[in-house]
Design a protein around this ligand. Structure first.
Ligand code: ADP
Ligand code: LRH
Length: 480
């Protein structure tokens, strides 16, 4: 059997990894070559990504991966680095949780009303959309000096190859792309004074993205030529590509730092009702639309665990499973949870303010978070089904959250639907499969999904009764 190897660089908000996928016509095997923490740094001017440390992790990972047929890169969305006229990076990329975008949206809406923005781009309102970040950066010395803007995965690809491009699925998260034409919205950019010539030409998943530079080969011990292949460089686009679903009647939840819950559609939903419900139309593979809602996700738990000095997660989750269900819930979609810090207090404050019992122990706070996430999953999927007129009969959970059995079971209970959990490394697998397809090893999206379902360990959770309790909890939140 003809087998090829692909390195998938996948940078999440909590960790980066370089995975190696070995793909044949009937086989798909993924192994971890290297994993490294992603620790943002607060400096006087704000919260920044430590991009050089991440790039060092990528090089270490490629060395550990050994000889591969191609490399693909994906990461979290919306953030970017700026280059000067010599092609040198101007400062550390600003973290999407940085406070610089506070109050910026209102200024943008004074020029282009929110309804018009949605009709033009289909993107949800989130303070960190690149459009708002660029508006916040207006009249900074750094932006004035910039000749080029590269989204994070494109920046790493540029360092590896010397070639600059803008990958389309991630570009769709800038809020400067029209999801119908899948091209820049020049009119919008003009009205907002955003210079689109900063962006390198658009690239599509599957496009060649250059060859590893001689210096990179030397540092990683790889033998050239090694091509870099464009993948769905938005991690969520790669993760959705690796949802092991059959047919169309499925919803997905990509769980990690965020929960991204929604549907794969052929066309964007740009209605006013969709805007009011804050659903986004991000671009996926092969002309698809990722119609989804951002939910705060396991960030809520990560931040508590950080505050508590990193206790054992397994023990904490076992204790949380023993806590009575649905005593108190918070709105896990609420942007008030976006910034880092004081998370246990912020959760208990929200419970107190909404007149619910205040969780006291770590186990109780953890249970409150997981119940709240499951509830937010339920709400997002139900609303997406209605807004897109696209009913589903199964929910696929992919990403790191699939390792949290309690969260998977609670999500099945809350949604009243079976949950199929796995793969955990969906973004890396989607990254690998798009490279494999570009190298002629797999066919269309359906056959990619079939290969995943045949080769990846999946676990099924059936919904356990008590629909009324979830409905009541939802009512409590909506009223509160
Ligand atoms: P990201 O890509 O956003 O960095 P991941 O997909 O790697 O996130 O998921 C990280 C999350 O997965 C962690 O915050 C944690 O809550 C969860 N997780 C990882 N490993 C385990 C585990 N062994 N048990 C339970 N949860 C886990
Ligand atoms: C998840 C993710 C998500 C974006 C957020 C900024 O890693 O890419 O899809 O909304 O990060």
């Amino acid at each position: 059997e003809h087998v090829k190897s692909f390195a998938a660089v996948d940078l999440g908000a909590s960790s980066g990894r370089v995975m190696v996928g070995r793909v044949g016509p009937e086989s798909l095997e993924l192994t971890e070559a290297h994993r490294f923490p992603n620790r943002p740094v607060r400096v006087p001017e704000g919260l920044r990504w430590d991009i050089l440390s991440l790039y060092a992790g990528v090089l270490d990972g490629l060395r550990a991966a050994g000889q591969v047929d191609s490399v693909g890169i994906d990461s979290w969305a919306v953030d970017y680095g700026l280059l000067d006229a010599d092609g040198a990076l101007l400062g550390n990329p600003v973290h999407y949780r940085d406070a610089r975008t506070e109050g910026v949206a209102e200024k943008v809406w004074a020029t282009v009303p929110a309804a018009e923005l949605y009709a033009a781009t289909g993107l949800q309102y989130a303070p960190f959309n690149t459009l708002y970040q660029l508006t916040a950066a207006r009249s900074t010395a750094q932006l004035a000096a910039a000749e080029r803007l590269l989204l994070v995965p494109d920046l790493l690809a540029y360092w590896l190859t010397g070639e600059a491009g803008t990958e389309i699925t991630n570009a769709s998260t800038t809020q400067l792309i029209d999801p119908r034409t899948r091209d820049w919205s020049h009119d919008l950019a003009d009205r907002l004074g955003i210079d689109l010539t900063l962006f390198a030409p658009l690239r599509q998943p599957g496009d060649p993205a250059g060859l590893l530079l001689p210096r990179v080969l030397e540092e990683t011990g790889l033998r050239g030529p090694v091509p870099v292949t464009t993948v769905g460089s938005h991690d969520t686009a790669s993760a959705v590509a690796a949802v092991p679903a059959a047919g169309q009647r499925f919803a997905y939840i990509c769980t990690g730092t965020w929960s991204l819950a929604g549907l794969e559609l052929e066309r964007p939903v740009l209605t006013e009702a969709s805007r009011a419900a804050n659903f986004t139309n991000e671009l996926g593979l092969d002309g698809t639309v990722r119609y989804l809602r951002n939910i705060m996700g396991l960030w809520l738990l990560q931040e508590c665990v950080r505050e508590w000095g990193q206790p054992d997660l397994g023990a904490l989750l076992r204790a949380a499973a023993e806590v009575p269900a649905l005593r108190s819930v918070v709105d896990a979609g609420d942007a008030t949870f976006l910034a880092p810090g004081r998370m246990p207090d912020r959760i208990t404050d929200a419970c107190r303010e909404s007149g619910q019992p205040v969780p006291e122990s770590r186990a109780e706070i953890t249970r409150c978070i997981l119940d709240s996430l499951a509830l937010a999953h339920r709400r997002a999927i139900r609303e997406a089904e209605a807004l897109a007129d696209h009913p589903v009969d199964v929910v696929h959970i992919v990403g790191g959250g699939t390792r949290n059995e309690l969260l998977c079971q609670l999500t099945a209970d809350a949604c009243g639907l079976p949950v199929v959990a796995g793969p955990a490394e969906a973004a890396a697998l989607g990254n690998v499969l798009v490279q494999a397809r570009a190298h002629g090893l797999v066919g269309d999206r359906t056959s990619m999904r079939r290969l995943l379902a045949r080769t990846q360990p999946l676990r099924r959770y059936e919904p356990r009764g008590d629909a009324a309790a979830w409905r009541a909890a939802q009512d409590r939140l909506t009223r509160g």
